[in-house]
Design a protein around this ligand. Structure first.
Ligand code: HMG
Ligand code: MG
Length: 298
């Protein structure tokens, strides 16, 4: 049934800012993450250790991690596609990392320059070394309901790579609707398949709001008991594959819905909106969030 408590993974500082055109300074990223730390969020994805040629927006993640005020109760995580990235993350004091694969061969090639099988081979030493450093590893699967190059993706392809990542030692699999094409019925089909091989406690959902379906997809996932949700304040981020598209589902919109359902998150809406307001002014964009537009006056 519907979970009583949901854990939100705030991905704005990573997924959001990696897709924003304007480069945000290290100081502004640090100030932003420090505001997020005040909200009650327990999981904050704060950057990624990837090739700066591929994602220049994240090139300063090491300085971001060493600069933020780390609260004991909060886990600050980072994306690490290979051992080089993991080593840089360890150097910066990161305690949880994520590897990121895909359910689409073409997307895997375009995003991390290798096939799905090759990516799993590359993740193996990353996961091993992270575990040796007592770090937990999250696994992302992209293109779970559609691919910008291949169109529809079969739920079976998602189940397969999700199970492989879990068996390799990832503690949670985040199912990413990278291009936001999924609908509630597709979400049901996806979870009907994935939950034959994964326990619901091992699953997170990661929806982009490109087609305005993210919140209703989350509602569908909640019916299955999914209790881990990725979101970004202000609905930060665009989508490099869809011009003018919106980014991740907005954390404040998710929070509003969860509050209305009586689901616990321990997140303070007013404090969340302070972070939303701050980062929106930094990137000079009004928030792509209904709740922020309703509640923020400036
Ligand atoms: P490659 O070119 O195959 O890698 O890229 P390589 O090992 O041959 O290295 C090439 C160059 O990159 C070398 O430098 C390496 O040192 C450097 P050069 O000798 O040419 O000067 N390099 C690195 N530098 C810094 N940190 C590193 C690193 N690794 C290599 N970790 C690679 C392969 C994976 C590195 C590249 O494709 C890459 O960085 N991709 C990252 C793409 C990315 O970050 N995408 C966004 C995140 S995924 C996402 O957003 C989806 C998600 O939100 C879920 C969803 O919505 O679906 C998670
Ligand atoms: Mg994403």
């Amino acid at each position: 049934g519907i979970p009583q408590h949901v854990s939100i993974v705030e991905v704005g500082a990573r997924d959001g800012l990696q897709n924003e055109k304007s480069i945000v300074t290290v100081d502004d990223k640090i100030a932003f993450i420090n505001l997020l730390s005040e909200t009650g969020l327990k999981r904050i994805e704060a950057g990624s250790f990837v090739s700066p040629k591929w994602v220049p927006q994240m090139a300063d993640s090491g300085n971001v991690f060493t600069g933020i005020n780390k609260a004991n109760a909060i886990v600050y995580s980072a994306l690490t596609p290979n051992v080089k990235g993991l080593d840089a993350a360890i150097e910066a004091g990161v305690t949880e990392v994520a590897v990121f694969g895909a359910a689409s061969e073409s997307f895997s090639k375009k995003n991390i320059n290798c096939s799905i099988d090759e990516s799993l081979q590359k993740f193996e030493p990353v996961i091993e070394k992270a575990h040796a450093h007592n770090m937990r590893v999250r696994g992302y699967v992209s293109c779970v309901m559609g691919c910008p190059y291949e169109g529809e993706i079969a739920p079976k392809a998602v189940s397969k790579v999700s199970k492989q990542l879990l068996d390799m030692g990832c503690y949670e699999i985040s199912l990413g609707d990278t291009i936001g094409t999924g609908t509630p019925v597709a979400t049901q089909r996806l979870l009907d398949s994935v939950l034959t091989v994964l326990s619901v406690d091992d699953v997170a959902v990661h929806f982009h709001d490109t087609y305005g379906q993210a919140l209703v997809n989350i509602y569908a996932a909640l019916q299955y008991g999914v209790a881990s949700i990725d979101s970004a304040v202000a609905g930060l981020g665009g989508c490099p594959y869809a011009k003018g598209a919106s980014g991740n589902v907005a954390t404040e919109d998710v929070l509003y819905m969860l509050n209305g359902m009586g689901i616990e998150t321990n997140i303070d809406m007013q404090k969340l909106l302070v972070a939303t307001d701050f980062i929106s002014k930094v990137i000079n964009k009004s928030p792509a969030s209904k709740v922020a537009n309703a509640l923020l006056t400036s």
